[in-house]
Design a protein around this ligand. Structure first.
Ligand code: FES
Length: 89
C-alpha cells in the first residue's frame, strides 16, 4: 500500500505568498511554522534583528507579521490557507 493512501486531506499542499514569493506548505501548518521551515524571520526588530516565534501560544508577539494586509498578526495562531499573503517587514 502506498504511503499517500494514508494522507489526511488537511495535509494537502497550499501556496502562501511571503514578501511576494510563493511558498508551498501544508494546509494544517501555522504560518509561523511555515516561515521557520522556509528560514524566513517573522519580522525584523527595531534594532534590525530577525525575530522568530518564541512561545508558540499567542503570548509574546515575536511571531508578528502582516497577514492579508492586517499588521501585527500572531502567525503562531494562524493556519496557512491557499493564497494568503504574508509580509515580514
Ligand atoms: S510565538 Fe509568541 S505569540 Fe506567536
Amino acid at each position: 500500500m502506498a504511503a499517500m493512501d494514508h494522507a489526511h486531506p488537511c495535509d494537502a499542499p497550499v501556496t502562501i505568498i511571503v514578501d511576494g514569493r510563493p511558498i508551498q506548505v501544508r494546509a494544517n501548518m501555522t504560518i509561523a511554522a511555515a516561515l521557520m521551515c522556509a528560514e524566513i524571520p517573522c519580522h525584523i526588530s527595531v534594532r534590525g534583528e530577525p525575530r522568530a516565534p518564541l512561545c508558540g501560544m499567542g503570548v509574546c508577539f515575536e511571531c508578528a507579521a502582516t497577514v492579508d494586509g492586517e499588521p501585527l498578526r500572531r502567525t503562531c495562531q494562524m493556519l496557512c490557507r491557499n493564497g494568503m499573503e504574508v509580509a515580514t517587514e
